[in-house]
Ligand binder design. Structure first.
Ligand SMILES: [Zn+2]
Length: 410
């Protein structure tokens, strides 16, 4: 993560004053560069050297950045080594968490973004009441810190990624398939059980962030990430920023209606996309058509289809065509540079990817330009937690810079 630019979320920096905002921009510039001189920061930010020197002084005093010596510039035979600045990766650590159906996956990184370690905490229940879920996150964090020999006090921030509708700015959960109850203010529960600043975000948003920073979305300014798992999620990157919607709960592609009064969705409404292509829907449909109980996972359905089971083949074929139409709608609606279609497990079966792509092409409005690129890929299961850790670094950076402003005023 070290050399990547962590994009700034404009919603989050709105209450920083001008001086703190400058410090944050300087910190981000140093993070993006990996190692950079004060002079080059001033050039990059089109700012005065005095302003940059002042901001660097505050960041150095707080231990957020460190000075290193670099060899003199080319052509300079003698003289002092140039003083360079880097993010101080050792100053503290942050953690990113993904709530999955079967486990909590957690990644701990240093402030520079360097990975310290990962941990998987198995879950006995895929849906829990809100407090039980927060307690499980705390247990997962304790277990990770113990395994990594890291005092929990070193964790300066934690981001929890979970599916569903939520307001990331207020830690308010409207609805999630991982939680038994809706409209929950997670803030007090987090304050009661987790000893560091903790943030939440939609898990597909965090995958979009991870793909933008480290994966198939690198270099794209406008792209979409569609995640397939128990449900269907989407993250939207517009002009290099995550688009969350006015209430913070946009991009719920899985709950786009594709059939008037259609199949029952886990959200309680009917006709949603994920009621046709989410893992739970395919498993439900396979059970219905087969009248058997051995189909428990998507891998079971794929295996049955490969062994010639025509009913399993029909379920996968229909889901692939439905998904192809839905993706065509995204192309028609957004005209993105690129779309990443991602799932962790099991591996995509090429036959059904071909069906999906053929349907997508048939249903995309033809213009005199090529289709956006489509990447279909299996994600490392830690990619979600990695996106959450990147989010935690952004949030903690803002908290730390805001704290500097308070210290100066005293
Ligand atoms: Zn729904």
């Amino acid at each position: 993560m070290t050399k990547d630019v962590l994009s700034q979320d404009p919603v989050l920096i709105g209450d920083l004053d001008a001086r703190d905002h400058t410090r944050l921009r300087v910190l981000q510039c140093i993070r993006a560069a990996g190692e950079i001189s004060r002079t080059d920061i001033a050039k990059a930010l089109i700012s005065s050297p005095a302003t940059v020197t002042s901001a660097c002084g505050a960041l150095l005093d707080a231990g957020l950045i460190a000075e290193t010596a670099a060899p003199p510039s080319e052509g300079v035979q003698r003289g002092r080594p140039r003083v360079m600045l880097t993010v101080n990766g050792a100053v503290f650590a942050v953690a990113g968490v993904k709530i999955a159906r079967d486990a909590i996956r957690l990644m701990v990184v240093g402030f520079q973004g360097q990975e310290i370690g990962t941990h998987v905490w198995p879950l006995l229940e895929s849906r829990m009441d809100p407090e039980a879920l927060v307690i499980e996150v705390r247990r997962a964090l304790d277990a990770a810190c113990a395994a990594l020999d890291l005092p929990i006090e070193r964790i300066a921030g934690l981001t929890i990624g979970l599916p569903g509708f939520l307001n990331a700015d207020e830690n308010f959960l409207h609805w999630s398939s991982s939680v038994t109850q809706g409209n929950v203010d997670l803030g007090p529960l987090i304050a009661a059980h987790i000893p560091c600043p903790t943030f939440i975000d939609n898990d597909a948003n965090l995958v979009a962030k991870a793909e933008h920073l480290f994966g198939a979305g690198r270099g794209f300014h406008n792209f979409l990430v569609v995640t397939l798992e128990h449900g269907v999620g989407m993250g939207i990157i517009l002009n290099d920023q995550l688009y969350r919607g006015e209430r913070g709960c946009g991009a719920e592609f899985g709950h786009m209606k594709i059939q008037f009064e259609g199949a029952l969705c886990q959200c309680g409404q009917r006709g949603c996309l994920e009621a046709y292509v989410g893992d739970y829907a395919l498993i439900r449909d396979s059970g219905t058509v087969r009248g058997q109980s051995e189909i428990e996972t998507i891998a079971d359905i794929i295996a049955a289809a490969r062994s010639g089971d025509t009913l399993a083949q029909e379920v996968l074929d229909r889901a692939s065509r439905v998904l192809g139409v839905a993706l065509a709608n995204l192309v028609n609606l957004f005209d993105p540079e690129h779309i990443v279609v991602a799932r962790s497990r099991p591996k995509f079966d090429q036959r059904y990817v071909d069906t999906m792509m053929a349907t997508l092409r048939r249903n995309t409005v033809e213009v005199d330009a090529p289709l956006p690129g489509i990447t279909v890929r299996n994600l490392d299961e830690m990619m979600w937690a990695k996106g959450a850790a990147a989010h935690a670094i952004e949030r903690v950076s803002i908290l730390k810079v805001r704290g500097l402003g308070v210290a100066d005023a005293v």
